[in-house]
Design a protein around this ligand. Structure first.
Ligand code: ZN
Ligand code: FE
Length: 255
């Protein structure tokens, strides 16, 4: 039986996610922005929380862990964060490790840049990527702790995943990302198509996630820093992709 995935809003613009294995009844929450909506989603489905898979130490991804752990006695899996920022950790994971949620298997990808500890979880059999604040739809996370080349490498690692991967990111930022990206690539047909879809979804109060990685590769300007036309649009034809990426990220910071 295939895994079941649920997404729901948390805090002001975070996504909460549950992934459930119908065979074993195991259920994981990807991050825990806050406990309330996670508990409501679990009760709606009649699921029991067995695991929390943490992506990075920011408060809007770990704020609900303590309460969920008290209530469900679930296992908390998290990256090595060189400190105590992530509460209640039972198991630390790094690149190449696998994490089981019942019979579901996630591969750990280190994707630093937004923070140094940031990891993503790839459920290969489910074609589902949980990448939190590394890759957003038509965007990427701010580079708070790492460097632009580091973040670019992380995005390349995610871009190399199969086209039919469904991307589940940490925030609903797509509409503002689309507006920004159109400023750089006003004539990119894939981006224009995404802009239409996003406008329709948001008007209907629907999430813009998940999105296929295939579509992001064509429409997400942050994944396209090595496309000559993108470098040219920024007047950076002689620069490295990491430099072009850094310029796009800085423009977004100022936008
Ligand atoms: Zn974050
Ligand atoms: Fe976040």
């Amino acid at each position: 039986m295939a895994a079941e995935i649920r997404l729901f809003p948390c805090l002001s613009d975070n996504f909460g996610y549950l992934i459930h294995d119908p065979q074993t009844k195991a259920t994981a929450s990807i991050d825990a922005p806050e406990a309330g909506p996670v508990i409501e989603a679990l009760e709606r489905e009649g699921w029991n929380l067995t695991d929390i898979l943490v992506t990075h130490h920011h408060q809007d991804h770990v704020g609900g862990i303590a309460e969920l752990k008290r209530k469900y006695k679930c296992r908390v899996v998290a990256p090595y964060d060189n400190g105590t920022a992530i509460p209640e950790v039972d198991q630390r994971v790094k690149e190449g490790d696998t994490v089981k949620v019942g019979n579901l298997v996630a591969r750990v990808l280190e994707t630093p840049g937004h923070t140094l500890d940031h990891i993503s979880y790839m459920f290969d059999a489910e074609h589902a990527l949980f990448c939190a604040d590394t890759l957003f739809s038509i965007g990427c996370g701010r580079v708070f702790e790492g460097t632009y080349p580091m973040m670019w490498d992380s995005l390349l690692k995610l871009r190399a995943l199969p086209n039919d991967t469904r991307v589940y990111c940490g925030h609903e930022y797509t509409a503002s990302n689309v507006k920004f990206a159109l400023g750089i690539e006003p004539n990119n047909p894939a981006l224009k198509k995404r802009a239409e879809d996003v406008a329709r979804l948001r008007a209907a109060n629907q999430p813009t996630i998940p999105v296929l990685l295939r579509d992001e590769k064509e429409a997400n300007v942050f994944l396209r820093a090595d496309v000559p036309a993108v470098a040219a649009a920024l007047g950076m034809s002689g620069n490295t992709p990491a430099e072009v990426f850094g310029e796009i990220r800085e423009r977004k910071n100022r936008s």
